[in-house]
Design a protein around this ligand. Structure first.
Ligand code: MN
Ligand code: MN
Length: 287
């Protein structure tokens, strides 16, 4: 494990999150915030590990703005800002929830932050991921909320945002254990809803599904984005990129992430940190 690169990616992710949090204000466009935060990450010497996600209210994840989408922050919105930085493929992944101009959902937001804190405090070598999940769910239930059960934390690997490891937000009975040498992200999603998200329309975030024998524009795109998620916004240098993305998705070369949302009347908050498990301790890289 390259601890130094994980720590540097974590530091930049943390700073970008704190910077982005301050930009989310009534009347500001999603596009402006995403572009500024990604520029911040690049200027700091890293690359975005994935497009900045800005998911409001009942939307839990996977919306990234696109120019002209007409998305502006409104008073009372509960916005999940989820971002990542990477250095040579060593990733940080972190998220915070911002309520725009009101504090009606303060306890929901705090519950998700507290669930993450308690999960981090519980970690020890060999801990079962299901125990982390139990701590997350019990904390959220204590505050009167539910975890979103079909969204999870995950292992991180070099140029791999979601390695095979799953860290659930409830006790799912998994026998998987956390051991030194692993890097992972824990991300409790709290809701006043049932705790399941559904797939909606495409959220302007793509990833290569096919990674070999690529031709033409797809080979050139893969050269640039490799195995990490990327934004439609990042493709403007490729001719007719909109149809290239559309066709690539249709051909199965690309995967277009759908937005993930709770039923309309329910609210979602998320908090996320990245951790690395060294020989003798757990280091939270994004705190
Ligand atoms: Mn994330
Ligand atoms: Mn994550």
């Amino acid at each position: 494990m390259n601890l130094k690169k994980y720590l540097e990616a974590g530091k930049i992710g943390k700073e970008a999150r704190e910077y982005g949090k301050e930009l989310i204000k009534e009347g500001v466009s999603y596009y402006e915030v995403a572009e500024k935060v990604e520029k911040y990450i690049r200027d700091a010497g890293a690359e975005p590990a994935f497009p900045v996600n800005l998911s409001p209210n009942n939307f839990a994840a996977h919306y990234s703005p696109i120019k002209g989408d007409g998305m502006y922050f409104k008073r009372g919105d509960v916005v999940k800002l989820d971002l990542g930085a990477h250095i040579d493929g060593y990733i940080s992944d972190t998220a915070v929830t911002v309520e725009v101009g009101t504090n009606k959902w303060e306890s929901l937001i705090n519950a998700s932050a507290e669930a993450l804190n308690n999960a981090i405090k519980t970690i020890r070598p060999g801990i079962m991921v299901s125990e982390i999940g139990r701590v997350v769910e019990e904390t959220l239930n204590f505050y009167g909320y539910n975890p979103i059960k079909n969204l999870t934390g995950h292992g991180l690997d070099v140029y791999d945002l979601h390695s095979g490891l799953v860290i659930p937000n409830f006790d799912d009975g998994s026998p998987e254990r956390l051991i030194p040498g692993m890097a992972f992200a824990i991300e409790p999603f709290a809701t006043n809803g049932k705790g399941y998200v559904h797939e909606g329309k495409g959220g302007n975030i793509y990833i290569f599904r096919k990674t070999s024998d690529l031709k033409g524009v797809y080979a050139a795109m893969f050269e640039k984005f490799r195995t990490l998620p990327f934004a439609a916004r990042w493709c403007t240098a490729f001719e007719n990129y909109e149809s290239v993305l559309k066709k690539g998705t249709w051909l199965g070369i690309l995967y277009h992430f759908p937005v993930l949302h709770e039923r309309k009347k329910f609210m979602v908050a998320q908090t996320e940190h990245t951790m690395v498990f060294t020989e003798d301790s757990v280091i939270v890289t994004t705190r």
